[in-house]
Design a protein around this ligand. Structure first.
Ligand code: FES
Length: 238
């Protein structure tokens, strides 16, 4: 058995997702209406094996209810002809599914190796402190590597990249969101809300895929080096 007790004075770094509250299956509160049920069924119909739609369907439930609700689980289990326990097993396995209500914006600060080295923990502390008492607006969490280490330290805002952050830049972004001012990912797309992006993750296109560059300069630098070395190699063979 794993002992979760940490020595006195040592702070728990990552929140253990498995220890989150369970989905409250007795709570029947939901925003899921006939239109949502029709969309859940549409998602199930997109796959040769309808059970493959479970993850997109859970994202759709989150976009409507703000987290995974008991009613969402019931609808998915019925449509996919699986047990509620099977749906709950997927919910508790993936960290992208929330059993607690998420604020309008999900702020994930990367505190894995490179981002941590570049100040990720300082950003996390600043953002967490700044968002205290504004839980309807912001949910702040640590996230693991987003494969964007060349832009470290990185903050994910509703799963959009905010590259090369500092505590000051991150807090300023929260202030702009709170004031209802425009905020864009450092890669282009306008930040709307976590629920909007959950709908995209469910598979309903928002038309914004082409906003901003597909890859940033730091990532493309490696490609330039490769092109240069290939050109030199060709030159040498002549
Ligand atoms: S360590 Fe933060 S994106 Fe890789």
């Amino acid at each position: 058995m794993i002992d979760h007790q940490l020595p006195e004075g040592v702070e728990q770094h990552f929140h253990a997702h498995f220890d989150d509250e369970p989905v409250d299956m007795n709570d029947t509160a939901t925003n899921i209406d006939d239109a949502t049920v029709a969309e859940l069924e549409e998602l199930a119909g997109r796959y040769p094996n309808k059970q493959s739609a479970m993850i997109p369907m859970l994202h759709l439930v989150q976009s409507v209810d703000g987290h995974v609700t008991g009613e969402g689980v019931r609808h998915i289990a019925r449509i996919l002809e699986v047990t509620e326990a099977q749906v709950l097993g997927v919910v508790t396995f993936y960290t992208m599914f929330y059993r607690r209500k998420v604020g309008k914006h999900l702020v994930g600060v990367c505190t894995t190796s490179l981002c941590a080295t570049m100040g990720g923990d300082l950003i996390y502390d600043a953002v967490k402190k700044h968002a205290a008492g504004k839980e309807d607006l912001f949910t702040v969490e640590r996230v693991e590597c987003n494969a964007a280490c060349d832009f470290a330290p990185v903050m994910m805002l509703n799963w959009e990249f905010m590259d090369n952050m500092t505590p000051r830049k991150a807090v300023d972004i929260l202030d702009r969101l709170e004031a209802g001012r425009e905020v864009r990912s450092t890669r282009g797309p306008e930040i709307t809300s976590w629920r909007d992006n959950e709908r995209v993750l469910a598979g309903f296109y928002d038309g914004k895929a082409d906003e901003g560059p597909a890859a940033g300069q730091a990532s493309l630098a490696g490609l330039d080096v490769l092109r240069e070395s290939t050109a030199t190699e060709h030159e040498g063979r002549r």
